[in-house]
Design a protein around this ligand. Sequence first.
Ligand code: 1PR
Length: 523
Amino acid sequence: MITLLDYGAGNVRSVTNAIERLGETVRVCTSGEDILTAEKLVFPGVGAFGRMIEILQAKNFVVPLKSFLQSGRPFFGICLGMQALFEESEEALGVRGLGIFKGIVKRFTTDLAVPHIGWNGIRVQQPSRIFNGLQGDEKFYFVHSYHIVPTDGDVTLTTTNYGYEFVSAVQKGQIVGTQYHPEKSGDSGLQLLRNFMDTTAVVSDPIRVNGPTRLAKRIIACLDVRANDQGDLVVTKGDQYDVRQAGEVRNLGKPVDLARRYYEEGADEITFLNITGFRDFPLEDMPMIEVLKQTSQNVFVPLTIGGGIRDYTDKDGRHYSALEVADAYFRSGADKISIGSDAVLVVEQYLKEGRATGGSAIEEISRVYGRQAVVISIDPRRVYVDAPDKVPQQVIETEFPGPAGERFCWYECTIRGGREGRPVDAVTLAQVCEKLGAGEILLNCIDRDGTNAGFDLELINAVKKAVTIPVIASSGAGCAAHFLDVFTRTDAESALAAGIFHRREVPIGEVKAYLSGKVEIRP
Ligand code: 1PR
């Protein structure tokens, strides 16, 4: 039996699912006594360092945890669960970590996008039983803005490159910690966990990778989900956001089945968008929660969910905060949430008042779950102008003139599934959201959605240049070459598609085979 230290923030369901998939039972610890009596302890940390330590202290977990770590029994710390073992973190100066390892946790100092999100390699520095059955050249899923800096080099288990080489895993006796998420790293991650649980696994020294490891460009499958007119939850797909054909909502399959198919075909990440979330409150419309729960049982790559993440008061006057909605999604298996309409309204408020309130959904959710868990989904459409100074919005010069030959355009943000245009432009929206605590931008484009005409590279370049967080290029993919375009002609970290995958026009494997050798991908 594995004891899981759940301190209350983040997605522990995925770790539980991964362990159960490997045939072990999980006991979630609710008291210090549970920690002390654990045979093997897994500590999956998600969120922010300061809050994690605060909760561990409030629950009186610190003393039993230290005692367990000194007992010589197997311990696996994941991400923040590994960082907790160090003395201090720049994320919360003055807050003391567990101090099992000497050293600190530092923020990335690189020109690359931070958080470091995606699949990167590892360079093995010492043998370990967790590598049994691995080659050493596999990629694992990372999502973090801070990394450990151990004082004692002997504890370094693996290193990874992101702008520079950092320590991505540690080992000392029976204590193992990885910055990467084995529960989100497909078969290779499951193998790591299996080896950890099997204390008889042979100590293995896989091939040592030469040269720096490289972050892969991610291919994301997106499932737009809503109820059809018969009330069934279906994956649908719009043409420029119109999801009806001959009056009926297009039905391209069942959400749980399709997500599983994409995982098996090699998707690096899966996104669900509850596209009528702006009018149906997700906590009343439980099917989406159920979709997540079922998906996370079989899909071991990151899951993002969007739609309806905002404050809400139900018909009985009960108020729900956006954070509560996000909580429900994280508890059901989501790794990231994505905010659409509400982000536009938050940014408008920010621009009007000239300052942050501290209470917006973006700020609250990133404070509790960390910025890497907060994605902003932007639904922009082009508005042409004949001169850049004609409008207050951020304007770009375009190679594709408008209907009256206009050579400039700006990207109007929309809310409520593209139904309502707002005065804020996509570039400004992305910049303000980054300031407020967003960790990633999902950049759709209504003009290109469902057209198979390729990504809007001008839009992607304009937004990507304006922010330092990762950008997911979305809308318009029609063939594998479009992915090469977006990865070579913009700096987008990942590309998302829907229609071509749903209709099996271009399977994920074909996209990856085409990109192989041209850009870094996870095979
Ligand atoms: O506003 O916070 O409730 O979130 C609602 C979410 O639902 C937003 O993320 C918004 O993008 C999404 N959404 C709302 N209406 C639609 C619609 O299509 N009618 N879908 C919609 C957005 C766009 C993409 C699509 C890509 C790739 N879908 O995610 O998957 O354009 O498509 P393609 O490869 O076929 O071109 P809130």
